[in-house]
Write a protein that binds this ligand. Sequence first.
Ligand code: DAH
Length: 353
Amino acid sequence: MVENTIEKLRSLRAEALQKISAAKTSDQLESVRVEYLGKKGKVSEVLAALKDLDADSRKKVGQISNEVKSVLEDGISSTRDQLQQSEMDAELKKDSLDSTAPGITYFRGKIHPIRQVLREAISILELAGLSAAYGPEVEFEDYCFDKLNFKPGHAARDMQATFFVKTDEGAKPLVLRTHTSPVQVRSLLTAAKNNFTLPIRIQAPGRVYRMDDDSTHAPMFHQIEGLAVDTSSTMGDLRAVLDFFFRKFFDQSVKIRFRPSYFPFTEPSAEVDVSCVFCAQKGCRVCKQSGWIEVAGAGMVHPEVFEACGWDPKKVQGWAFGMGVERLAMLKLGVPDLRLFFENRMSFLRGAR
Ligand code: DAH
């Protein structure tokens, strides 16, 4: 009986050791452990039978079974270490970096071309002594038109297809500003309130809105306004500032010219042209063979505007100009269609400087 049990233990040992070394995964190894050393395992079964033996035999068998147990435990634990190591290696290999795989291209964000051109224009005008002033995009109709000498019902009001803003009965009528010129009104009113402080030298960059939408007009676009007021201010000064601006903005070789025009808030008024930046005045499609491109409106501040803002037109003079930023950007960047600036097409935006 004792010999049989010992024999049984030895053969279980051999059998188990073989299965341990054959295990290919730690799961397989674990089932071998359960099969032999688990509570209901084969070795445990033999040990359970010990209680039927006499004390002497129990001691003998007990000793051997402890040996078998510890041999199997050692075998299992060292095999488990090996298996776990190689399983981890395999796992790491799966997630490892393939340095030959093609990369994903990341694009750096860029400032929108309109914003770039606006910033450049602002900084050139700063060099010319005009500091930035801002007004609201939702503006009093009075500031947008009346105080700028647009007479009620005057055709010039319709020229700028206006978005009107709904207001409460009796509230001051509001519009989305159709131009940046109301910032002239705001600057004149503020300076008048501050003891008529002179000189006024401002530029007003910002968004404006008109009911327009085609390849050269958008319902929202940007303008920059200029205004200089002093006891003496001349059209010659205006010309010098614009000449300085356009040479710096486009190229030192550009020339400018003034053509007589009409705006309600200036007298005299002028359209400002630059020599064509595409053909150096040889004649091309952009300048329609004329050699000149219109880029701004300008003039001397109208006496009615001074009066509407509380100034005595006999004591002060001023000049003003206004220009469209999208138009400047199209000319500077050679962009043929205004809508490209608003479509947010990635290929276009990535090409931006
Ligand atoms: N506000 C005019 C427009 O949007 C542009 C303009 C013309 C502004 C002449 C001026 C100016 O300051 O003097 O069409």
